[in-house]
Each structure stands twice: as structure tokens, then as C-alpha cells.
Design a binder for this molecule. Structure first.
Ligand code: HEM
Length: 308
């Protein structure tokens, strides 16, 4: 697990939650919560924020805490971007292709080197916040052959460099929500039998990169995943995807951060072929089962909630 510290924009980087800057973690627990009936948005945020600060003494574990954008805005309107929203409706493409919106109130992503410590921390947080937060989904993840996803391709190659990460992910100064970031979480279930029956050359055309040495194909098929999400067209994002599941039911937990929600949205719509009718070839072999947008506030804003 690596934490990047070499950014020339240290000041800006340090305002974001440190968990965003960690790459290569081997163990993950991603928990989604809803507010319990009588609980106010403020109480939910306070309970989870307390856990955030208690994590500091817990070595070997990092975590990222985010909230439904509307819920955060209700509690700290001055520290909330005006223009971000939850994933409340499905995004539909042609021929039944659908990216479902399954928004929840909060997300806690715990990551680290040791599954036992990651589990312990997630469990402690769930218990400490249980009067306010109902755990509705929890996904365990691990690393697969270093930095490959469960379709066995290297994942994360075209991520921004550690120097670029703050610019790509953190809302800049003088805007509401400075130091915060937009997080998109989608659980993609793989159709592994279909995928593994596909010859390697065809798999490479689906992704747009070679499997063994991770080079971009030329020419690049227009339906290839890296064509549909081309960052030169849409803008840059940071991906921290991780594999989840068992041999029976498994896939990729897409974890993507960006300072601009519109960049993530445009990518999703282009994967559905919204503008030209060409869907991402990857959607033949994997489909998202869930989707949620969360605002990940900087630690300073979480501290403000606790002070009040
Ligand atoms: C099953 C789900 C997914 C899998 C297995 C997957 C896998 C991959 C792989 C293997 C690459 C090529 C290597 C790399 O640059 O990382 C890639 C690139 C990329 N993916 Fe995905 N991905 C998934 C979903 C998504 C989603 C939902 C988005 C956007 C919302 C996305 C955005 C990107 C971007 C921006 C790139 C780099 C494109 C470029 O070359 O500029 N991916 N992905």
C-alpha cells in the first residue's frame, strides 16, 4: 500500500481525506449506510465523523468517508458544492442496457494491507454508529495478481500521477466544498464464463489494451473500454477499483474520484453509447448492479461538524 507524498501542491493535497491518496491496498471493506428512521442528517454525519477521527490511531488502516451530496448540503451548506447530486435514477442506454442508481446516505471505504485489521475497523465503526446508521451493504475486496482486476487486465494504468492527483480529485480553493471530492461507487458483476471463453485477442479489443504487457492497441476499436472513457475527451479521473466476491459471484468494485461530477457522468453516458449508439464492449461481459455518488468532505469540514 503506497501513500503519495511528493506533490508540489502539498497544501491542497493535505486538505483531502488521506485515504484517497493510497494505492495498492490488499484488503478492502466497502460499507453503505442509510439513516435510521428518527435520525437527523447531522447525527448520522457526526457518528461517522467520530469514527473517522478515531481511525488515526489505528495503524495499517486508511479510510474514506462520504455522504449523499444532498444530505451533506443540508447540514453544512457553506461547505457543500452546489452542483453535485445523488445517483437517484438509473441511466438507461439502448437495448436494455442500464446503469442502476442505488444511492445510499453514506459510504465508508476501509482499506489496508491486512484483512483482519480492515475488518476490525469496519466492524468497530458499524457498531459505534449503529444507533444512527443502518448498514445496508458491505463488500469485501482483495488485490488480484498485484494490480489486475478480475478480468485479468492491469487496472489503473492511465491514472493521474501522484503529482496530478490533487488537481484531478480535489475541489479547488474558492469554490464551495474546497478540498472535497466526488466519489462514484459501482459494483460491477462479471460474466466470467463468457469472458474467459473469449480468446485473448478479442478480450484485448474489448478493453483496448494488451493483456500481458498493458500497451494501448493501435488502431483502437471505437467500442473498446478505453475509447469510451478516453480521458483526453472527458477529463481525468482517479480510479481505485478493487476485485470483490467469490468464485460464484464476483466482479469489480469501481471506485472513482473526480473534482467534477460531470466528468464521471459523461464517461458513464458514453459507456452506454448515448451520443453515438455504440456501447462500451465491456458491458457485454460485466454490468453494474449498483451505483451511488458521494461527496467526500475534507477532514477540516468533518472536524467542524464535531465542534458544533
Ligand atoms: C467492470 C468495470 C470496469 C473494469 C473491469 C475496468 C477496467 C479497466 C481497464 C483494464 C482499463 C485499462 C487500463 C487503465 O488505464 O486502467 C480501464 C481504463 C479506464 N477506465 Fe475502466 N473499468 C471498469 C469500469 C469503468 C467505469 C465505470 C469508468 C468510468 C466511470 C471507467 C473509467 C476508465 C478510465 C477513465 C480509463 C482510462 C482511459 C484512458 O486510457 O484514458 N472504468 N478500465
Amino acid at each position: 500500500m503506497t501513500t503519495t507524498h511528493n506533490s508540489p501542491k502539498r497544501r491542497r493535497k493535505s486538505t483531502g481525506q488521506p485515504g484517497i491518496f493510497v494505492s495498492g491496498a490488499r484488503a478492502h471493506q466497502l460499507c453503505l449506510f442509510d439513516r435510521k428512521n428518527e435520525t437527523s442528517p447531522r447525527t448520522l454525519i457526526t457518528r461517522l465523523a467520530r469514527s473517522y477521527f478515531s481511525a488515526k490511531s489505528n495503524t495499517g488502516v486508511q479510510f474514506v468517508l462520504g455522504f449523499r451530496p444532498e444530505l451533506w448540503r443540508q447540514v453544512l451548506p457553506r461547505d457543500a458544492p452546489a452542483d453535485i447530486h445523488g445517483y437517484d435514477e438509473d441511466i438507461r442506454g439502448r437495448r436494455g442496457l442500464n446503469f442502476p442508481g442505488t444511492q445510499h446516505d453514506a459510504v465508508l471505504w476501509v482499506l489496508g494491507e491486512r484483512p483482519d485489521l480492515v475488518f476490525d475497523f469496519a466492524m468497530t465503526t458499524v457498531r459505534a454508529s449503529r444507533d444512527a446508521a443502518r448498514l445496508v451493504e458491505a463488500t469485501q475486496g482483495w488485490s488480484y495478481h498485484q494490480n489486475r482486476d478480475l478480468i485479468d487486465f492491469v487496472d489503473g494504468t492511465e491514472n493521474p500521477s501522484s503529482r496530478e492527483i490533487p488537481d484531478v480529485t480535489l475541489i479547488p480553493p474558492h469554490r464551495r466544498g474546497t478540498g472535497g471530492t466526488v466519489l462514484l461507487v459501482q459494483k460491477w458483476r462479471h460474466k466470467s464464463d463468457m469472458w474467459r471463453d473469449l480468446p485473448t485477442g478479442d478480450q484485448e479489443k474489448v478493453i483496448g489494451r494488451t493483456k500481458s504487457d498493458d500497451r494501448e492497441l493501435t488502431p483502437l476499436p471505437v467500442s473498446a473500454h478505453v475509447s469510451r472513457t478516453n480521458q483526453e475527451t472527458f477529463g481525468k479521473i482517479l480510479r481505485r477499483n478493487f476485485p470483490y466476491g467469490t468464485v460464484l459471484d464476483h466482479g469489480t468494485m469501481f471506485v472513482g474520484f473526480c473534482a467534477e461530477q460531470a466528468v464521471l457522468e459523461r464517461m458513464l453516458r458514453n459507456m452506454l453509447g448515448e451520443s453515438d449508439g455504440i456501447p462500451d464492449a465491456l458491458t457485454h461481459y460485466s454490468r453494474p448492479k449498483t451505483g451511488g455518488y458521494y461527496f467526500v468532505p475534507p477532514p477540516g469540514a468533518l472536524a467542524k461538524i464535531l465542534r458544533r
